[in-house]
Design a protein around this ligand. Structure first.
Ligand SMILES: [Zn+2]
Length: 405
């Protein structure tokens, strides 16, 4: 029964499922735990945990493995999540390229591929190529339980449309929910790219638990952020909460396609960075570059080699990223901000300035407790995030989605 009231209650069956979900989410992070450890983490009695784990074992969702040492050297049976039995397909759609990968719910990658396309290419044709590739993987991997799709923001998640795709107007009219909801015999879950990145960091980023609030700051072709607060993605009304790229840092600044002026995205995206680099360091681009990520890398490399102009440019972009972090801290009070996407490859070149700006412009009691890090994920965070979208959803309803065999 669908809940339609604003203050929805939970039936006993919902509560049981929520507890099962909490157990599989703990095991997704901890790999192996005893029943006693799970009981302690969840604040439930061991008798309740034994019953819940018993059901999950019967369903083939978790297994008993060997002996683990508990407190006081007590030995107990270990429980693990059967992650390898539950695969997800992650699909990243971006300007110029879509990528597809098969992962399991622990984040292990099985296969991935990339398909490039032109900005003027027919949207329907690109979409049907994407669908064909997904279907092939479904035929090949029988244990896929869900599909996650990451789209460029701002994505209107109730309508299924991207509100604005810079330089790709034909994609504006595609309704992704209608296109994909009945296409496969597996559920498809869709979120915007920064939310996907936030979920990738949350589930696969090894940031430890307990973790109260994580903000992913995407600084690439676009600028955005995704916030996971107390285990839930911050959505807002239409799913476009935390579009930090369109927060103005100069109300008389450059005009933005969104209608605002001086949007952060105009100062620290790949586009802004390469425009400045083209003006200041044209010699770096005498040789043609493969893509814009590689072009950015050339500037970072020059800065690392001591080129003063390159160092100044990197410093400039780090200043704006720092301003973005100040806004993120004041808006979302995160425990950790993870900076990701192409500009984050500036890594040690940008981080000190970012931290300095945050120290100068936020209250000490706040900034002393916020960790600011560069993403260390080895897989493209948006593609990984697409897998994390599906993982997040299936772990919330283990009885419905996870395989039982
Ligand atoms: Zn804007």
């Amino acid at each position: 029964m669908k809940k339609v009231t604003e203050v929805a209650g939970n039936n006993t069956t919902d509560l049981t499922e929520m507890n099962r979900s909490a157990i599989v989410r703990i095991l997704q992070q901890k790999e192996i735990c005893s029943r006693a450890e799970i009981a302690k983490m969840m604040g439930l009695t061991q008798a309740s945990i034994t019953k819940l784990v018993g059901y999950l074992i019967d369903m083939g969702i978790v297994s008993e493995v060997g002996i683990v040492k508990g407190s006081g050297n007590r030995r107990s049976i270990g429980i693990r999540l059967n992650a390898e039995k539950n695969l997800v397909i992650g699909v990243k759609f971006a300007r110029h390229v879509f990528a597809i990968g098969v992962f399991d719910i622990s984040g292990k990658l099985y296969t991935q591929s990339e398909t490039e396309f032109g900005l003027d290419e027919n949207a329907g044709k690109v979409l049907s190529q994407m669908k064909d590739q997904i279907q092939k993987l479904l035929d090949e991997y029988s244990n896929v339980v869900a599909i996650g799709l990451a789209l460029p923001g701002p994505y209107l998640r109730k309508e299924g449309r991207i509100a604005m795709v810079t330089r790709m107007p034909s994609w504006h009219n595609i309704n992704f929910i209608d296109e994909l909801k009945n296409e496969f015999d597996k559920p498809v879950f869709i979120e915007q790219d920064a939310n996907a990145g936030a979920l990738a960091e949350w589930w696969f980023g090894n940031h430890g638990r307990p973790l109260s609030s994580l903000t992913y700051f995407l600084v690439g072709e676009g600028v955005g952020s995704g916030v996971v607060d107390h285990d839930s993605l911050l959505m807002g009304n239409q799913g476009i909460a935390s579009e930090v790229g369109h927060i103005s840092i100069d109300y008389n600044g450059l005009p933005c396609e969104c209608g605002n002026k001086g949007c952060l995205e105009l100062y620290c995206s790949t586009m802004a960075f390469l425009k400045r680099a083209g003006e200041e360091l044209p010699e770096l681009f005498n040789e043609k570059y493969k893509n814009r990520v590689e072009a950015c890398d050339r500037v970072f490399e020059a800065a690392r080699e001591g080129n003063e102009k390159a160092k100044k440019l990197v410093e400039e972009i780090a200043f704006y990223i720092g301003l973005g972090c100040v806004t993120l801290i004041n808006a979302y009070d995160p425990e950790i901000i993870v900076i990701g996407d192409s500009i984050s490859k500036g890594d040690e070149l940008i981080l000190p300035t970012v931290k300095k700006i945050v120290e100068e412009r936020t209250i000490p009691e706040i900034h002393n407790r916020v960790k600011i890090e560069i993403s260390t994920l080895s897989i493209d965070p948006t593609l990984y995030g697409a897998a994390a979208i599906a993982t997040d959803r299936v772990l919330r309803k283990p009885s419905e989605y996870l395989v039982s065999n």
